[in-house]
Write a protein that binds this ligand. Structure first.
Ligand SMILES: Cc1ncc(COP(=O)(O)O)c(C=O)c1O
Length: 415
């Protein structure tokens, strides 16, 4: 149902119109924090996209493709140019061999690959284990497919995968485990021991693994280890990645899913009725992008390393206890060192009081009581924006927030 606002705009007033499967997902924290940022003219370190653009030659590829008539529906599973480029990328970087035509599907961003995976593989009531905090598309995608999310908490401050906790969550309805490495929002890059434990459980209990690797080229410490590269895992793993983060064109929405043929068939069964195909000009740009190689990736990573240093040092100076990220373009900061204990209240206060927007980590949990003291800042921004935000954040320690529970400030002595 809709109602007419004073300015004539129609807006929704009746959340009951949303089907029961998706009602819990109606307004995201990103919408709320972006609105607050706009209202208070705050620097938005909440939303995770770059405020700069990727290589000019990729834009030229798109324009040229449009001008030369690559504008109609194309192969549903992806242009041959792109599936071959993805196959080469997986072989060159990780020694993973995929048949481009039978095992790689191009989607509208990793988001559609996730959605199609859940739609294509889950029966109603099937359980999917997700590590929390999680990227928010996982529970929504599982719910849309009629599945049930079984969360397993990664407890701070180390946020390591606990194999025993993971095994306790497995039951006869469990179908799949979702892993995200490098991890949003934690900035963790899971190591061989952690991923080895996941692999062993998947094999022992005959589970499918979904590995979301969209930050694969943003690793500062350690190295990216695809779950599919572990012994016995290629035949049961769906690896999802995309163009957006690695090439700073998040709005182009080109993603891919690499999986053995029978899992690929399930993904494609859904994909053909969700979008059918991904816009061809952007697929051609993605194929070109994956061929850029180290001459592109090295300076790309170095620039992010420097942004990472700027924000981590600045947040530390501002009084936060900083979890230095091993990968991604997010950093978690523990707000207890500043005397706060509620991440949601803290993030609601921040745009108005300080002029910066961030994201509370507890919203990325099924159980919002977990990990309540961590706030996520995105550093995919120009250095000047980061420096200005950090300057504002240094006023936090002296900000007059005393006595206001709405700010999430801890009661005396509880910090
Ligand atoms: C962990 C993770 N997976 C998937 C996505 C979605 O990627 P895409 O824009 O390619 O749909 C994001 C975007 O923020 C993400 O952080």
């Amino acid at each position: 149902m809709t109602r007419q606002a004073e300015n004539g705009q129609l807006w929704q007033t009746e959340p009951m119109a949303i089907c029961s499967r998706l009602r819990a997902f109606s307004t995201s924290i990103f919408t709320e924090m972006t609105e607050l940022a706009l209202r208070h003219d705050a620097i938005n370190l909440g939303q995770g996209f770059p405020d700069f653009e990727g290589p000019e030659e990729l834009k030229e590829t798109v324009v040229e493709a449009i001008r030369s008539g690559r504008n109609q529906y194309c192969r549903s599973a992806g242009l041959p140019e792109l599936v071959e480029a993805v196959a080469r990328h997986q072989a060159e970087h990780y020694q993973l061999e995929y048949d481009p035509l039978a095992e790689i599907t191009i989607t509208c961003g990793a988001t559609e690959a996730l959605f199609a995976t859940f739609q294509g593989l889950l029966e109603p009531g099937d359980e999917v284990i997700v590590l929390q905090p999680f990227y928010d598309a996982y529970p929504a995608g599982v719910a849309a497919a009629g599945g049930v999310v079984r969360p397993v908490t990664l407890p701070g401050p180390d946020f390591r995968i606990d194999a025993e906790a993971l095994e306790r969550a497995i039951c006869e309805r469990t179908r799949m485990i979702v892993v995200n490495t490098p991890h949003n929002p934690l900035g963790r890059v899971f190591d061989a021991d952690e991923l080895g434990a996941v692999a062993a459980l998947c094999q022992r209990h005959d589970l499918i693994a979904l590995s979301d690797e969209v930050y694969e080229h943003l690793v500062f410490t350690g190295e990216h280890l695809p779950l599919a590269s572990l012994p016995g895992m290629a035949e049961r793993t769906i690896t999802i990645s995309s163009l957006g983060k690695s090439f700073s064109f998040t709005g182009w929405k080109v993603g891919w899913a690499c999986a053995p043929p029978e899992l690929t068939a399930a993904i494609r069964a859904a994909h053909q009725f969700v979008t059918f195909c991904t816009p061809a000009p952007f697929q051609l740009a993605a194929a070109h992008a994956l061929g850029l190689g180290e001459a592109y990736f090295q300076p790309f990573l170095a620039a992010y390393q420097s942004r990472c240093d700027v924000i981590c040092d600045g947040l530390t100076t501002a009084g936060f206890d900083v979890m230095r990220p091993q990968g991604t373009y997010f950093v978690l900061a523990d707000i207890r060192s500043l005397g706060y204990d509620d991440d949601i209240a803290f993030c609601r206060m921040l745009p108005a009081e300080v002029g910066v927007a961030a994201i509370p980590t507890s919203v990325f949990h099924v159980d919002p009581g977990s990990n309540r003291h961590y706030v996520r800042f995105a550093f995919s921004k120009h250095r000047s924006a980061l420096e200005q935000a950090l300057e504002r954040l240094t006023t936090l320690t002296s900000a007059d927030t005393s006595g206001s529970s709405a700010t999430g400030r801890a009661a005396k002595g509880s910090a």
